[in-house]
Design a protein around this ligand. Structure first.
Ligand SMILES: C[S@@+](CC[C@H](N)C(=O)[O-])C[C@H]1O[C@@H](n2cnc3c(N)ncnc32)[C@H](O)[C@@H]1O
Length: 284
């Protein structure tokens, strides 16, 4: 990320979640705050002509993936809450809106939004600008994953390491180095049994077909132009082995077949995810 500048990709993916609310029926991910949080100007422009924002050839795949990974994370959280999870840590939160529409009973779940300090300051200004109130059970933790230790950043905010926690880390690992990704996962593997993480990751380009590779290169070019180049990508089997080796008990890798079967089956509009990224669930 560019120093002292909020993440440009955070606004882009928030636009896709907002577009999903307006364009897709049925919705895979229902987010009543998604349109508001993109800001008044963007919301008016999107509402006036939602298709215009999603006209590029890869748009529907990206919109489907952004919707599906959030749905997956919040489904896992809901299951976790039933088994005693009491903390939800959203890593690289961007314009995630969970905290502002938390469906769980008041006081049951403490929510932590961790993000790069510049993005977090920008989000807080946005929340104020569009009149979204901060709930009592939300805590902000400004942390740069590349230069700060997540555990320390969280501890300073009242995060309790002894409590069962679900983490989500959506649309972030590709912007970090593989070493930082694995160090963060090691910390999460030390959380109490019953905790877990949902994150997505890019497939190593060496495993892609030429057609997939050209889509990968096109998307990589776009994010690099936005000042947020991709750094990490993984071989799914090696990542699964790595997660088991650092202590996760249950690991479930979801590629396009699994995600499409779970969330996009029998749709009339053909909405579905593409093949460049996977969603991983790892439980302690
Ligand atoms: C594509 S956005 C995804 C935001 C959000 N998770 C979502 O799905 O809408 C990437 C996020 O990663 C965060 N990020 C990137 N590099 C980071 C770093 N070194 N430390 C902390 N956060 C970082 C950005 O601030 C941004 O919020």
């Amino acid at each position: 990320m560019k120093e002292k500048r909020p993440s440009a990709t955070a606004q882009r993916v928030a636009m896709r979640r907002a577009a999903h609310q307006l364009l897709d029926d049925p919705k895979v991910f229902d987010d009543p705050v998604a349109v508001r949080i993109i800001g008044r100007e963007s919301a008016s422009a999107l509402q006036a002509e939602p298709r215009q924002f999603e006209a590029a050839p890869l748009s529907s795949y990206l919109r489907a993936f952004v919707a599906a990974r959030s749905r997956y994370a919040e489904d896992e959280l809901a299951m976790g809450v039933r088994r005693g999870v009491r903390q939800y840590v959203i890593l690289g939160a961007g314009l995630d809106t969970f905290a502002y529409r938390n469906p769980h009973p008041r006081g049951m779940l403490n929510v932590f939004e961790v993000d790069h300090p510049s993005t977090q300051a920008w989000k807080r200004a946005r929340l104020e600008e569009v009149g979204i109130a901060l709930p009592d059970d939300l805590t902000f933790a400004p942390v740069d994953f590349e230069t700060q230790i997540l555990e320390e950043g969280l501890r300073q905010t009242g995060y309790e390491p002894g409590k069962c926690t679900v983490f989500s880390w959506l649309g972030v690992t590709e912007y970090l180095t593989p070493e930082v990704v694995m160090a963060t996962l090691r910390f999460i593997a030390s959380a109490p049994a019953g905790s877990g993480i949902v994150f997505d990751y890019m497939i190593s380009p060496s495993l892609l077909t030429p057609a997939q590779r050209s889509r990968f290169d096109e998307l990589a070019r776009r994010v690099a132009l936005a000042g947020e180049p991709w750094q990490a990508s993984f071989d799914p089997q090696l990542l699964i082995n790595g997660l088991r080796a650092i202590g996760f008990e249950y690991v479930e890798d979801n590629g396009p077949e699994e995600i499409n079967a779970r969330y996009f089956k029998d749709r009339k509009d053909g909405l579905r995810v593409g093949s460049l990224s996977h969603v991983m669930l790892a439980r302690v």
